[in-house]
Design a protein around this ligand. Structure first.
Ligand code: ZN
Length: 505
């Protein structure tokens, strides 16, 4: 027997065994579901705060199988440890070993920045096998929760009309330049899967936030999502699997992301998300419901030619450099003067009596010195603000240059992406392989004919940040509009396609 045929036969046998055990006692009109979970932490990469996992949920009806996989990783391909071969190889193996069609597979990255093993294909297949082996009849239900305490929109509107984003990669502009903040989406989409005896088998939850807060020790971590999933799993029936599907988090940061006064910790944020999800889980009543649909579509999107914008940024850089002015101060003298002039704005350079004495003699020596120092401090500060602007410009221009080079190398002005549409009972989801920003998710939800519609980015591939047309007008000013290869028309194309898929779900 040829080896691939043998593998296929073994796979079918395995699948049948799983199905046979799962089908026992199943009532008509019920779905079957099973879960699997495998540790993918790279323990050789240094201290570990909490483990990263690949998790699988297999859901079946009479005719279809949906395989949902979540990985605690930054992305499916392009950046981080998961390379471009992972998704096709995993699919091939799931097809050969478990008879699962490639179009039935959805893989979402939580976007945590933890360090995982260099190759997690085996672990992923193992998690899916665990799930297939444990298929059992389930009742299902869906609902929504809310959480608005753990995140903030990272794009800040400036009085100039431009926008900047909150990153560790560069400084924020002075407070006086900030005009306002943008919205966040507090909604948590929740699916609850119960065993026939009423115990929870799994919870699937969808929410939008970059899980990049880290832990105080700096150790390797699955971040907010590791903690939220643990809270959910620890507080439901033994063996419950909590699967997180990252939403439209492109412009959403953890709250207090740039805090320098307290150790930054993902744990309280994750605990809050977990508790808010549990609150929603407890309100969901599970019932027999066999509505399951998974569809896989492709879409060709236009890439931007970024050459003109890069040239504009080059010109802006020249202008900024020309504004740097000579000043008598350096950092040491500037800091010392700043303390004195803040402590005593009226008499910064000596005790007040000396100012009074000067005045009585009709002299203004100290006041003249103060005026000179204030001008010098202002000039030095201006240089610092220009340096901060240059830092932001250079960081974002490097991203534009990277994507421009990739477009030139690809020889194409388009990029193909894969979208998944999923229905589990009342829960409806569309996915996209990039960092969608929050307005896109909220647009799709608003226009959907289904009450419980949710959107997951970071799924089945990775094409970097995908901001709105409006956000793209700020190109070069923030990461989301710079770490981006798409042309503005992409937004309408995706939203139209998503609406069309939702119509069919
Ligand atoms: Zn990101």
């Amino acid at each position: 027997m040829p080896s691939n045929l043998l593998r296929c036969t073994l796979g079918l046998m395995l699948l049948c065994c799983g199905l046979a055990s799962g089908l026992q006692g199943a009532e008509p009109g019920k779905l079957l579901a099973g879960t699997g979970k495998v540790d993918i932490t790279d323990y050789s990469a240094g201290p570990v705060a909490d483990p990263m996992y690949v998790k699988a949920i297999v859901i079946k009806d009479d005719s279809q199988t949906a395989v949902l996989i979540s990985v605690d990783a930054v992305a499916i391909g392009e950046i981080g440890r998961i390379n471009g071969d992972y998704l096709p190889t995993t699919r091939k193996r799931l097809e050969a070993e478990l008879n699962i069609p490639p179009t039935s597979v959805l893989v979402n990255a939580s976007h945590c920045h933890g360090v995982i093993l260099p190759d997690i294909t085996d672990h992923t297949v193992q998690a899916a096998k665990q799930a297939v082996d444990q298929l059992t009849p389930v009742t299902i239900g869906a609902g929504r929760g809310s959480e608005d305490r753990i995140m903030e929109n990272r794009r800040l509107k400036l009085k100039s009309g431009k926008e900047v984003d909150v990153r560790h990669a560069y400084s924020l502009p002075p407070d006086e330049e900030i005009a306002g903040v943008a919205e966040t989406d507090p909604e948590i989409g929740v699916v609850r899967l119960n065993r026939e005896n009423g115990e929870t088998l799994a919870v699937i939850y969808n929410f939008a936030c970059h899980p990049i807060q880290g832990v105080p020790s700096g150790a390797n971590t699955a971040d907010i999502i590791g903690y939220s999933s643990k809270v959910i799993e620890d507080n439901l029936s033994d063996g419950t699997l909590a699967m997180f599907l990252q939403g439209c988090a492109g412009d959403i940061n953890p709250a207090y992301y740039k805090d320098v006064d307290h150790p930054r910790s993902a744990e309280p944020l994750g605990n809050l998300l977990g508790l808010s999800t549990l609150k929603a889980v407890r309100q969901i009543e599970c019932k027999a419901d066999d509505r399951l649909e998974i569809m896989n579509e492709s879409l060709t999107l236009p890439r931007s030619d970024l050459a003109d914008r890069i040239a504009e940024l080059d010109a802006e850089e020249k202008l900024l450099l020309s504004k740097l002015r000579g000043t008598t101060l350096n950092f040491k003298t500037f800091m010392a003067l700043t303390v004195k002039y803040k402590l005593s704005p009226e008499f910064p350079s000596h005790y007040s009596h000396r100012y009074f004495y000067d005045e009585a003699q009709d002299r203004a020596d100290l006041k003249t010195l103060d005026a000179q120092n204030k001008r010098a401090m202002q000039a030095y500060l201006q240089n610092i603000f220009i340096m901060e602007q240059l830092t932001r410009l250079q960081t974002n221009r490097a991203l534009l240059k990277k994507h421009q080079q990739q477009m030139v190398d690809s020889g194409k002005r388009t990029i193909d992406v894969e979208l998944v549409g999923l229905r589990i009972g009342d829960f409806v989801l569309v996915t996209f392989p990039g960092e969608l920003t929050s307005p896109i998710g909220m647009n799709i939800k608003k226009k959907s004919p289904h009450d419980l519609t949710f959107v997951a980015g970071y799924t089945n591939g990775y094409i970097y940040y995908c901001p709105t047309v409006e956000q793209m007008q700020n190109r070069g000013g923030a990461q989301e509009d710079s770490d981006c290869l798409l042309a503005p028309q992409w937004q309408a194309m995706f939203e139209t396609k998503a609406a069309e898929m939702l119509g069919r779900l």
